[in-house]
Design a protein around this ligand. Structure first.
Ligand SMILES: NC(=O)c1ccc[n+]([C@@H]2O[C@H](COP(=O)([O-])OP(=O)(O)OC[C@H]3O[C@@H](n4cnc5c(N)ncnc54)[C@H](OP(=O)(O)O)[C@@H]3O)[C@@H](O)[C@H]2O)c1
Length: 237
């Protein structure tokens, strides 16, 4: 079903996006991965092989996003896992940093959906990325929670407006990806141990867990407007 499909993954040079690209290539799809860092793209390309093409792109730059889609032409599916996120106390986080979260994770996905939509085949799809703190309030996640909730709402409305293109949203829980590489190792391990202990599944998520859900959303033509929670029961815990 994914053989020879052309899939664009913005954020495909790392973590969940890269793992999705690997699983798609294994299914015979052609992938176009885009992100800001040439170095990350080069390393990803080495892992993905000849069925992958890379583009440098910063989704916060509207013009860049528009010309990226003009360059690549028609394709089947769009996955937007690009994001750089941060947390912090609501009162102590300055407004510029809070706005930056929206610039990167909300507006980046907005621009990609806006300029990518007309290039997607009618039986294709868009997959946006939200996250568990959009559904479970946690101290230190006021802004990220708001961004994630906004992305889900945008995606559900786009499922109506962009039909017959399907639009779905993946909402990952705590997943072990390079997104936490700047965190000191001990703090990261302690954080993971605390979450693992709390979750019904008793483990942290892997990029593979979420990538499987991305492939499901691309393939199931009866699913649109869905927020797919891949979070080990975190909302219930
Ligand atoms: N990991 C988790 O625990 C978790 C939890 C909840 C939700 N999520 C969501 O899941 C999605 C994927 O996260 P991940 O853990 O796979 O993150 P990751 O490993 O850090 O990968 C993020 C990707 O986005 C790219 N990127 C960041 N800002 C960009 C921009 N402005 N323009 C273009 N590309 C950009 C990065 O590459 P460059 O640096 O080269 O640009 C990288 O390829 C994100 O939406 C994240 O918020 C993750």
């Amino acid at each position: 079903m994914l053989r020879n499909k052309k899939v664009v993954i913005i954020g495909g040079s790392s973590g969940i996006g890269l793992e999705s690209a690997k699983q798609l290539v294994a299914q015979g799809a052609e992938v176009i991965i885009a992100s800001r860092s040439e170095e990350k793209l080069r390393i990803a390309k080495e892992q993905l092989g000849v069925r992958a093409t890379t583009f440098t792109l910063d989704t916060t730059q509207e013009q860049q996003v528009q010309s990226f889609f003009e360059k690549i032409g028609q394709f089947d599916h769009l996955v937007i896992s690009a994001a750089e996120t941060s947390g912090g106390s609501f009162l102590q986080t300055d407004t510029a940093q809070a706005r930056q979260l929206f610039e990167n994770k909300f507006w980046g996905q907005y621009y990609a959906a806006k300029y990518g939509a007309s290039k997607i085949s009618p039986n294709g799809s868009i997959t946006l990325f939200s996250g568990v703190v959009g559904y479970k309030s946690m101290v230190g996640s006021a802004m990220l929670g708001a961004v994630n909730a906004a992305v889900s709402n945008l995606g559900q409305t786009l499922a109506l407006e962009l039909a017959p293109i399907r639009v779905n949203i993946v909402s990952p829980g705590i997943i072990d990806t390079p997104s936490r590489s700047k965190m000191p190792e001990e703090a990261r391990n302690n954080f993971y141990a605390t979450v693992e202990n709390k979750l019904p599944v008793k483990r942290i998520g892997r990029a593979e867990d979420v990538a499987q859900s991305v492939l499901y959303l691309l393939q199931n033509s009866f699913v649109t407007g869905t927020v797919l929670h891949v979070e080990g029961g975190h909302i219930l815990a």
